[in-house]
Ligand binder design. Structure first.
Ligand SMILES: NC(=O)c1ccc[n+]([C@@H]2O[C@H](COP(=O)([O-])OP(=O)(O)OC[C@H]3O[C@@H](n4cnc5c(N)ncnc54)[C@H](OP(=O)(O)O)[C@@H]3O)[C@@H](O)[C@H]2O)c1
Length: 319
């Protein structure tokens, strides 16, 4: 019985491996629009897709980002200024893309741009903090997608959305997981809507990787900024030890947990763009596969117990 089951598992993985090998042809005529190419995954993906022959349109927030990419890539790669929170910016880039791709349409858009701060306990945030992050991480994804959807439909192309393990499970406060759960919901609703048009919608859910999003210096600075502006009564609830401990944990754990091999994520993005039969969801990173995803299927009480047991203690204990 055990051998029979093992055989089935082996057969399943063999079948999946073979099915995932074939790639789409004629890369040189396929345009791929990527957001957030100044740094991190977006930057590496732009370079990688350019190298293997796709026509890359790289959206960068800064001039420095555009210049760096131009120097590192072939003349085929197009860079453009893109702020995903600006309607004008989205429309301008979409018009440029329409002009470039013509009747072929746009093969793929990769919604990668994102921010990870401000991030802290929920009651350390203002509504504006939430609005700011949702504007980039969620409305940005929706806005970019809608701005080029007719071109994607024309090409019977793909939408690749970068969510996170924190779009599957939420064990931190602040707007980041809220935005990523939103990306997951948009991804799934879009997948159903666009399936009849032959458009594929794929989701990338990375674990922790070494980029600006997990940079402990940035997070420590962010914790201090949030703390400094808190009203006195909230500071007393948490206690000054809390902020010291938060910084310590951020410094030790975040860098320890983050994987330096960004190609693990970029290979998944490339597969979503170029495979004849891409996966609906990708979970790059050992932590995503063996910790966060399995945990997301656990009962809520188990997850709460595990994380509250190890949470940083607050000053004001319940009577
Ligand atoms: N690293 C991880 O562990 C991890 C895990 C799960 C999911 N993710 C997700 O992966 C995606 C890429 O992040 P990353 O880790 O590669 O970090 P990153 O290096 O900070 O990349 C994010 C990119 O988005 C750009 N960006 C920020 N605001 C923007 C805006 N308003 N308009 C256009 N672009 C904007 C940033 O530009 P500037 O550099 O100029 O600010 C940067 O190029 C994000 O969606 C992130 O949430 C990351």
């Amino acid at each position: 019985m055990f051998l029979y089951l093992l055989g089935l598992v082996v057969l399943f993985y063999l079948f999946r491996w073979a099915r995932e090998l074939p790639r789409v042809g004629d890369k040189a005529s396929k345009y791929v629009y990527i957001t957030g190419c100044d740094s991190g995954f977006g930057n590496l993906l732009a370079r990688h897709l350019d190298k293997i022959g796709f026509r890359v349109i790289a959206g960068c927030l800064t001039e420095k980002g555009e210049e760096g990419l131009k120097k590192a890539c072939s003349a085929n790669l197009i860079t453009t200024h893109l702020d995903v929170t600006s309607k004008e910016s989205l429309a301008k880039v979409a018009a440029m893309i329409k002009d470039k791709v013509g009747e072929r349409g746009l093969w793929a858009v990769v919604n990668n741009a994102g921010v990870a701060v401000p991030s802290g306990p929920c009651d350390w945030h203002t509504l504006d903090d939430y609005k700011f992050m949702l504007d980039v991480n969620l409305n940005g994804v929706i806005g970019v997608t809608l701005s080029v959807l007719p071109l994607i439909k024309k090409a019977r192309g793909r939408v690749v959305n970068v969510a996170s393990v924190f779009g599957r499970i939420c064990v931190t406060g602040g707007p980041y997981p809220v935005s990523k759960f939103g990306v997951e919901a948009f991804n799934d609703s879009l997948r159903f809507t666009l399936a009849p048009f032959g458009v594929k919608v794929l989701c990338i859910e990375p674990g922790f990787f070494k980029t600006n999003v997990t940079d402990s210096e940035i997070h420590i600075k962010n914790i201090q900024t949030l703390w400094d502006r808190l009203p006195q009564d909230v500071k007393e609830d948490y206690g000054v030890e809390y902020i010291h401990k938060s910084k310590e944990v951020t410094k030790e754990k975040v860098s320890q947990m983050s994987d330096g091999d960004l190609m693990k994520v970029v290979s998944c993005m490339e597969h979503a763009v170029s495979a004849a039969w891409p996966r609906k969801r990708y979970s790059p990173g050992w932590d995503a596969k063996f910790f966060w995803l399995p945990l997301s299927y656990m009962p809520t009480c188990v997850v709460d117990y595990l994380f509250l047991k190890n949470a940083i203690p607050i000053a004001k204990k319940l009577q």
